[in-house]
Design a protein. Structure first.
Lengths: 111, 112
């Protein structure tokens, strides 16, 4: 099955700076890569996703890049704000709807 | 659009007891998932339903866990008997297809 590794496990950034989270996957058949944000005690919520036929996708301050050859993808958050503080999970699926999640990155934005 | 509903939100039981969780997916979503999220980890898929049929239950500990989705709508997940290591948040998610999954608020289970 798919194995997703995520780094770093914790990330502390100054408000206004950028944050980058990286994930690698093992199954070359994976073709869908979502990112979820989970605030303390709340449900994971999809913030952005990318499919294997696209190399980069951007939505306001959030962007995701995908390198299929190297089997890694990254989440970029620019101009971080305190409300960006949360746990972020990457995931991958080979198209059978079964998501394999990374272990999560706890992002803390310092005011 | 109403979201995925789960109940109860919290449950505390002693080891070897039984417990059941309920999930009501978003209307029209054929696919339903149960995940286990242990503190500090990402969600781990336990079982996936397509309508009322099981698509994948390869990571479900079948000696103690069971799940059903009668009539292809609501689903229940049962643990019998519970162990200490079952303490986790149990998340239900549903999807219409094309991968995107919507999560419910979860049930936090504590086994003492």
């Amino acid at each position: 099955g798919e194995n997703v590794e995520q780094h770093p496990s914790t990330l502390s950034v100054q408000e206004g700076d950028s944050a980058v989270i990286k994930c690698t996957y093992s199954d070359s058949a994976s073709n869908y890569f979502p990112w979820y944000k989970q605030e303390l005690g709340k449900r994971p919520q999809l913030i952005i996703d990318i499919r294997s036929n696209v190399g980069e996708k951007k939505d306001q301050r959030i962007a995701v890049t995908l390198n299929k050859t190297a089997k890694h993808f990254s989440l970029h958050i620019t101009e971080t704000q305190p409300e960006d503080s949360a746990v972020y999970f990457c995931a991958a699926t080979p198209g059978d709807y079964k998501l394999s999640f990374g272990a999560g990155t706890t992002v803390t934005v310092r005011a | 659009e109403a979201g995925v509903a789960q109940s109860p939100r919290y449950k505390i039981i002693e080891k070897r007891q039984s417990v059941a969780f309920w999930c009501n997916p978003i209307s029209g979503h054929a696919t339903l998932y149960w995940y286990q999220q242990i503190l500090g980890q990402g969600p781990k898929l336990l079982i996936q339903f397509q309508n009322n049929g099981v698509v994948d239950d390869s990571q479900l500990p079948k000696d103690r866990f069971s799940a059903e989705r009668l009539k292809g709508v609501d689903s229940t997940l049962k643990i019998q008997p519970a162990k200490l290591e079952d303490s986790a948040v149990y998340l239900c998610a549903s999807g219409k297809g094309v991968n995107e999954q919507f999560f419910g608020p979860g049930t936090r289970l504590t086994v003492l």
